[in-house]
Design a protein around this ligand. Structure first.
Ligand code: ZN
Length: 221
């Protein structure tokens, strides 16, 4: 069986990844821009290890979609098992943070929503989770107070602080651990701020999360 890995800066060996737990609709302004109702509880979905790609590799939009969009997200790498965790157990269980994209096939997602089908073919396809190396958690003084920025072809898209999350990192990860045992090597994507936009072949992307890193990428032609 293939093992998918990520890098944690300072750790010599790559980290084998289990599952990727993603959070939908965690920033008020983003919910408004997509005309979604505000959820009354956190909304989770999963991506498999085959979704992972190095963040700087060109993004490949699958041929069954004509409309992809970017969601810039702060990713947390779980270092200790969490099950029914209390909120104060969460930060000590996070080993690192990374810059990630939740690449979403908007046209495909609209189609499956209409048919009341699950989202996976729109959000969990191969390469749908470009991710940077993780920096050690100690390098991020307050993950709940970092700026997230993204430019596409030099034009501003995302530009918001993680302060604007509805469910803060300890709350959302504690809640996720009620449904899914979080194990070392699992990754949690914490949701996208406002500023999502289309990804077109040939686009040049610049992504930055304060204290975590600044990266460039592109969309494959
Ligand atoms: Zn997302």
């Amino acid at each position: 069986m293939a093992v998918h890995t990520v890098q944690l800066i300072g750790r010599p060996e790559p980290v084998p990844v289990g599952k990727i737990v993603c959070m939908g609709r965690n920033y008020v302004a983003h919910i408004a821009e997509l005309n979604n109702p505000r959820p009354d509880r956190p909304m989770f979905f999963l991506k498999p290890g085959t979704a992972l790609r190095p963040l700087e590799d060109p993004i490949v939009i699958p041929p069954y979609s004509k409309k992809a969009r970017h969601e810039l997200e702060l990713a947390a790498l779980i270092g200790k098992t969490l099950k029914d965790a209390a909120e104060d157990e969460v930060y000590p269980a996070i080993d690192g943070y990374a810059v990630s994209l939740d690449v979403t096939l908007q046209d495909v997602q609209d189609g499956v929503k209409e048919r009341r089908h699950p989202w996976e073919i729109a959000k969990a396809f191969d390469g749908s989770c470009p991710i940077s190396p993780f920096v050690p958690a100690s390098q991020v003084p307050d993950p709940q107070d970092v700026m997230m920025k993204m430019l596409v072809n030099g034009e501003r898209r995302h530009h918001d602080s993680t302060k604007l999350m509805i469910w803060k990192i300890p709350e959302l990860i504690a809640d996720a651990s009620r449904y899914f045992t979080l194990e070392p090597g699992d990754i949690v994507l914490t949701g996208t701020p406002a500023g999502v936009g289309p990804l077109e072949p040939g686009d040049a992307l610049e992504m930055e999360i304060e204290h975590v890193g600044k990266y460039t990428s592109s969309v494959a032609r």
